[in-house]
Design a protein around this ligand. Structure first.
Ligand code: ADP
Length: 731
């Protein structure tokens, strides 16, 4: 509604104003009536005055006529001229009064006519009387009578007029009384109206005063409220706990506290210069929501807090919770509250990630997470997604572990397990077997912790299970592999032994040659000594048999291993050996670390032999450090590309190390410092590396320990495969 209309409406609605208006109208009306009354009364007074004057004049006229009559009668009866002395004066008075009378009654047509007639009669009769007086010679009674008759006519006319005037006077007096009554009424009515109006005005004024007092009281309370609210808002603004802004509907930010500026990375100068605008600060996808907010604010005056984002000065985004309300004093301005949600969002994200990590951990570490109640019945089972052959979800809920089908362990083991459960003790790696879908055994290892409520009452177990069928198979495979390695070890040891064995074989052959030459010499002698020849030949047969035995034995040993030339990944080969020896290292308190270059080219050769080399070096290092009394026990295994187009493998330890003189000796066959040692390990290792076209050496580690290194050359063959791993090569 436009403002002026509403104001004028309010103005008219005020009862006091209405009363004042009524009062004014009353005054005007009574003024009008009063004036009319005053005029009428004045006219009445004038009429009364004139009436009195007319009557007085008529009386005077009568008196003068009486004088005239007395004078004439005296003269006519006596003819004494003395009677005629005042004669002219009286006549003149009569004429004057008759004329004055005419003027006085000019407003009254009837009286005016009578007055005219009287004046004429007076003039005529006076002339008649003058004639009579002039013509009389003696005293004359009849003349006097005639004169009296003439004057009687005048008198009767005067009396007529007097009667009329008297009648008028009565009428005027009646009217005057009527006026008095009207006056009294008018005054009474006026006084009553004024009194009533005054009463009403007073009542209204009182009501208005009460209303005003109440309004003022309310106003004061409101002011107090506003002040208190202002103070609270100010405190909120200054506290800088939340961002507070004062904005215009068009988006301009007029005021902002430090918290808001800091949240968005702006400073006070940006604000003062008027550069801050809510629309510019809002990312495009939030602008529609903002328009709705403004509409809601205009409609309701306030808006429910909601989450959105703002741009920081550096262009990044900050998640916020905003709420707002319009300022009543100004329909175009509002105050907004802005809470930085970054930390909450981060916490939410951290929680989500932690949950995800936990889930991942569970997924990859265990095959099942389970919970049981106080009677050991399953209440929850969550199987890993990757788990094949998991029971149908929910199929085992409500059953105990021994109520579901199992193949192992035996009754005795179950009895012990139940004792543990009933004692509410934790348990670890309880292994059991279940029948698989194909009837084979599925091995499961279960661990659990008892759960107690706040009061300390046992409420059940919570734990995890691992399907260990694969592990068991792997263990078996490992055992087979170790056996194979042991065999390879033996065979290659023999291969290396051939050098020494050749020496043994050489000996009978040399002896054979010597004996053969001796026999020839005995045969060439004259005469030949056949006994000596026979002895020599016997020795040759012995030597030959010996050599044959040696060679036969060697052939039997190495016959089993055909020469191999596979492509293989050195990193994978090393990791397998590390896995094999990790428990041994842990047992000796040794930390084993690897730094294996990724994506090295594949190598060609006997993977098993080279694994044996690495195994040997690792075991030597573990043994060497096992003898130490103190100090860190650390073992590093690394691979890298060597400068000379090959792969360099380094095994480094922090053991007692080697004396400089022994750097080469250790590679000698049968060199050993161990009471039970063979002294063949390193000799064999070197011969294997060299058989692959590489070389091997030892050096000192700093500050202590030994370093064993070997290089394996890359094949420069066109057919070298790419260095990627084949997916199934990890087996
Ligand atoms: P064995 O282990 O049977 O003695 P090896 O040929 O493997 O035969 O080792 C020969 C010798 O070299 C060992 O007896 C030991 O004295 C020395 N040796 C080997 N490796 C190390 C090492 N990492 N640290 C110190 N000495 C070593």
């Amino acid at each position: 509604m436009p403002v002026p209309q509403s104001q004028s409406f309010r103005w008219f609605a005020r009862p006091l104003a209405l009363v004042v208006a009524a009062l004014l109208i009353t005054v005007a009306v009574s003024g009008f009536f009063g004036l009319q009354y005053w005029q009428e009364q004045r006219a009445a007074n004038l009429a009364q005055e004139r009436n009195s004057e007319v009557l007085e004049t008529l009386e005077r006229l009568k008196t003068v006529i009486a004088d005239v009559e007395a004078q004439r009668r005296g003269y006519l009866l006596t003819l004494d001229p003395h009677y005629l002395k005042a004669y002219g004066v009286s006549d003149e008075s009569v004429r004057r009064d008759a004329q004055a009378l005419q003027t006085l009654v000019a407003g009254d047509p009837l009286q005016s006519h009578r007055a005219g007639h009287l004046a004429e009669t007076v003039a005529a009769k006076l002339r008649e009387i003058d004639e009579i007086v002039k013509t009389v010679r003696t005293y004359s009674g009849p003349a006097a009578m005639a004169m009296i008759r003439s004057l009687d006519e005048i008198r009767s006319q005067i009396d007529q007029m007097v009667d009329h005037e008297r009648y008028l006077r009565v009428d005027l007096e009646k009217r005057s009384k009527g006026f008095e009554r009207r006056k009294a009424w008018l005054i009474t009515i006026a006084v009553t109206i004024v009194a009533v109006l005054a009463g009403v005005a007073l009542a209204l004024a009182r009501r208005e005063a009460v209303r005003r007092r109440k309004a003022i009281a309310e106003n004061i309370a409101l002011q107090g409220d506003i002040l208190a609210r202002d103070k609270k808002i100010r405190r909120l603004v200054d506290a800088n706990i939340v961002g507070v802004i004062i904005w215009e509907v068009d988006g301009r930010i007029l005021e902002a506290n430090d918290a808001f500026l800091k949240m968005l990375g702006y400073d006070r100068e940006d604000l003062v210069s008027g550069r801050l605008n809510r629309t510019d600060l809002t990312p495009p996808e939030w602008r529609l929501r903002d328009l709705r907010t403004v509409a809601e604010l205009r409609r309701m005056g306030t808006v429910q807090p909601f989450e959105k984002e703002y741009f920081r000065k550096d262009g990044s985004r900050v998640p916020v919770l905003v709420g707002g309300t319009m300022l009543e004093r100004n329909q175009n301005q509002g105050v907004g509250f802005v809470l930085d949600l970054t930390e909450r969002k981060q916490a939410e994200e951290a929680l989500r990630q932690s949950e995800e990590r936990f889930r991942t951990l569970v997924q990859f570490s265990f095959d099942v997470y389970w919970e049981t109640d106080a009677q050991h019945r399953f209440t929850l089972q969550e199987f890993a997604e990757s788990l094949a052959d998991a029971p149908a979800p929910g199929s085992e809920i409500g059953k105990t572990r021994w109520e579901v089908p199992y193949l192992e362990p035996d009754e005795e083991a179950w009895r012990k397990h139940r004792e543990t459960l009933d004692a509410h003790l934790p348990f670890r790696d309880f292994e059991l077997a279940r029948p698989g879908p194909d009837g084979s055994k599925r091995y499961v290892s279960v661990s659990g912790l008892p759960v107690f409520d706040k009061a300390g009452h046992f409420v059940g177990y919570r734990g995890v299970g691992r399907h260990i069928t694969e592990r068991r198979r792997a263990e078996e495979a490992l055992r087979a592999m170790q056996a194979e390695l042991a065999h390879a070890n033996r065979v290659t040891a023999m291969g290396q032994l051939s050098a020494s064995i050749a020496h043994e074989v050489n000996q009978p052959i040399a002896a054979t040659v010597t004996n053969a030459q001796a026999a020839l010499r005995w045969l060439r002698a004259q005469p030949p000594d056949l006994k000596e020849v026979r002895d020599s030949l016997d020795r040759i047969v012995e030597d030959g048999k010996r050599a044959g035995n040696v060679i036969g034995g060697i052939r039997a040993l190495i016959h089993k291993v055909p020469p191999r030339k596979d492509w293989f990944d050195i990193k994978e080969a090393i990791l397998e050996m590390v896995g094999l020896t990790r428990s041994e290292a842990v047992k000796h308190g040794i930390s084993m670390q690897t730094r294996l270059a990724a994506a090295l080219p594949l190598l060609q050769g006997d993977r098993t032999q080279l694994q044996q080399v690495i195994l040997n070096l690792i075991l030597n290092a573990i043994e060497a450090m096992g003898e130490l009394d103190d100090g860190n026990r650390e073992l590093w295994i690394s691979t890298e590309m060597a400068a000379e187009a090959g792969v360099l493998v380094t095994v480094r330890d922090s053991g007692p190390g080697l004396a400089p003189a022994d750097m080469e000796n250790v590679f000698e066959a049968f060199y050993t410092t161990k009471p039970m040692g063979m002294g063949m390990g390193l000799a064999i290792c070197r011969s294997m590396v060299e058989a692959h076209g590489g070389r091997m050496w030892a050096s000192a580690n700093e500050p202590r320990g030994a370093v064993f290194q070997f290089i394996l050359p890359l094949q420069r063959d066109e057919s070298v495969p790419a260095p990627q791993l084949e997916p199934n090569s990890a087996a």
